[in-house]
Design a binder for this molecule. Structure first.
Ligand SMILES: [Zn+2]
Length: 233
């Protein structure tokens, strides 16, 4: 078990070459919830991870999305078909989830990448069962709180486990040691909102955070990097 996985015992990071997503086990229900779903190789990596943790027999009850970018939602429809899980997504990313977001300016590059990905890799649409707004409390692991951190997309959310002081930070930043960075400008639909979202995340009472793009590291190490990127240390 890596230090990151040991931060809370009921967390499984699922790493694929491009993107990481996370599984939470709710101890009371003995059920699983996903935060994002990854894309290519995500489902086999998920199955391997569940097997290695002894969680293969547990139901996956829900899928929570940080935002509607292709590399986070590509597996949603497949996983819903396999598990019957409900889907919760940021309300302001509705058009992203439908693949109809009108990208403007630099972020048109992101729109072009997504359109190409849809064409080459195939994309199955999905129904969102629950819309998430800032402060929405999801009944997972004693309460998973949505923290609106827009900038990367309009609806981009972090998810806070207040008892663990742990934030799933989505694509607020990418954590690759000395090569850590904020998302590049062509991937951000609302770059004007990024600075205030960084400040908001760092104003939370946190011990650690877990980004969707990054090297394996402890949540506290990721948080140190986020502080550095925001100019706080
Ligand atoms: Zn993204």
């Amino acid at each position: 078990m890596t230090a990151s996985e040991g931060f809370i015992t009921d967390l499984l990071p699922v790493r694929t070459p491009w993107v990481t997503f996370h599984v939470l086990r709710d101890r009371e229900e003995n059920a699983l919830y996903l935060i994002d779903t990854g894309m290519l190789s995500g489902i086999p990596a998920l199955r391997r991870g569940l097997r290695s943790r002894g969680w293969s027999g547990l139901p996956i009850k829900g899928i929570v999305l940080t935002h509607g970018h292709f590399d986070h939602i590509w597996n949603v429809a497949r996983l819903v078909a396999q598990t019957g899980a409900w889907v919760a997504a940021p309300r302001l990313d509705d058009l992203h989830c439908q693949g109809r977001y009108p990208y403007r300016g630099w972020s048109r590059v992101c729109g072009g990448l997504e359109a190409t990905g849809r064409l080459l890799l195939g994309f199955q649409g999905f129904k969102v069962d629950h819309w998430i707004d800032d402060g929405t409390e999801l009944p997972i692991c004693g309460g998973l709180r949505a923290i609106h951190l827009p900038g990367h997309t309009d609806g981009h959310m972090g998810f806070l486990l207040p008892h663990q002081k742990l934030l799933f930070s989505g694509d607020l930043f990418a954590s690759f040691g000395p090569w850590s960075h904020l998302p590049p400008r062509f991937l951000n639909s609302r770059p004007d909102l990024l600075t205030s979202s960084l400040r908001r995340a760092l104003d939370l009472d946190l011990i650690g955070c877990l980004p969707n793009h990054g090297w394996p590291a402890t949540p506290s190490e990721h948080l140190r990097i986020l502080n550095r990127l925001a100019g706080h240390g």
